[in-house]
Design a protein around this ligand. Structure first.
Ligand code: PAF
Length: 295
């Protein structure tokens, strides 16, 4: 049993212990209060804050986790370089009126190594899954663990990580978790580069050149689709982005937004999405564009 705490949040609490958070949230739930949850790896930006604002608007209690999850990094270097700034993140969240920041240690989240292997069929075999083996298994491990701790009614994720969203929805269905996944639109910088914690690692010139990723995607929607074939659109997008110094496309695929499988003809599905990963110097950026969705 978890300790029982009187529910009385006057200031934002920074919590590192699973038991302590459980205690607060169990007591709030007993009082009929709803909990919304925004999982993050910190290095917060306006994209995260848009999730927080929606969470605040739709729930009595807003919990934000900050945890750089080692099991989702297939590249050690990437894990080491991942930006961390708890002080700055706390100040931003305090301003938004968040109730709890949950910032646990690795030992707190994984007292034992998590050996679970999820089966997402073809969903995690493509795109990010192909280039970052094991990444989505790690995401599913940590998100299911966090859901088990926070037990939110609603959890908020950004559409920039389009494939991650699909995986989390599939995981929630597989594990029959009583949580509603809310997906929120991509937030962009003034130059329309998708906001990402990794943008912090770009120098000013790279930030400018990286704007060409979305500019090219947008151009493919307005002037290529549906006049060019799917394959010609893919080729043109890759060629255009690679023509900029410092940009190197890792993949660009046009997929069925529900199954994430590549399409070969525009008519194959009504939900068509272009997903891209690009290296800008050594910083890996992802973005996407919805060509058409009947949803
Ligand atoms: O999108 C992220 O920041 C992470 O993948 C998540 C969902 C917080 C899990 O670590």
């Amino acid at each position: 049993m978890y300790p029982h705490f009187e529910y009385r949040i006057e200031i934002m609490e920074l919590i590192e212990s699973v038991d302590l958070l459980h205690g607060y949230l169990a007591s709030a739930a007993e009082q009929g209060r709803t909990t919304g949850f925004v999982p993050t790896m910190g290095a917060l930006h306006e994209g995260h804050l848009s999730l927080v604002r929606q969470c605040k608007a739709e729930n009595d209690i807003c919990v934000v986790s900050i945890f750089v999850n080692p099991t989702q990094f297939n590249n050690k270097e990437d894990l080491i370089k991942y930006p961390r700034n708890l002080g700055k993140d706390m100040a931003l969240l305090e301003k938004e009126g968040v109730d709890f920041i949950f910032a646990p240690s690795v030992e707190e989240i994984y007292p034992e190594p998590d050996t679970r292997q999820f089966d997402f069929g073809q969903l995690d075999k493509v795109m990010e899954g192909q280039f970052r083996p094991g990444h989505f298994n790690g995401v599913a491990q940590v998100v299911s663990r966090l859901f088990d701790i926070v037990k939110p009614g609603k959890a908020y994720f950004g559409q920039k990580d389009f494939q991650q969203l699909a995986i989390i929805v599939a995981m929630v269905e597989q594990l029959k978790l009583p949580v509603q996944i809310i997906s929120m639109p991509i937030v962009r910088e003034a130059n329309r580069l998708a906001m990402s914690s990794r943008n912090e690692r770009l120098n000013p010139q790279q930030r400018e050149v990286a704007a060409n990723i979305y500019k090219t995607l947008l151009d493919s929607k307005t002037s290529m689709y549906p006049n060019l074939s799917v394959q010609d659109t893919i080729n043109k997008v890759i060629e255009t982005i690679n023509s900029f110094d410092d940009l190197n496309v890792e993949y660009f695929e046009i997929v069925n937004g529900a199954t994430l499988q590549p399409i070969h003809e525009w008519e194959e599905t009504s939900f068509k999405v272009g997903c891209i990963a690009v290296f800008c110097g050594d910083v890996r950026l992802i973005d996407n564009i919805i060509y058409y969705s009947r949803k």
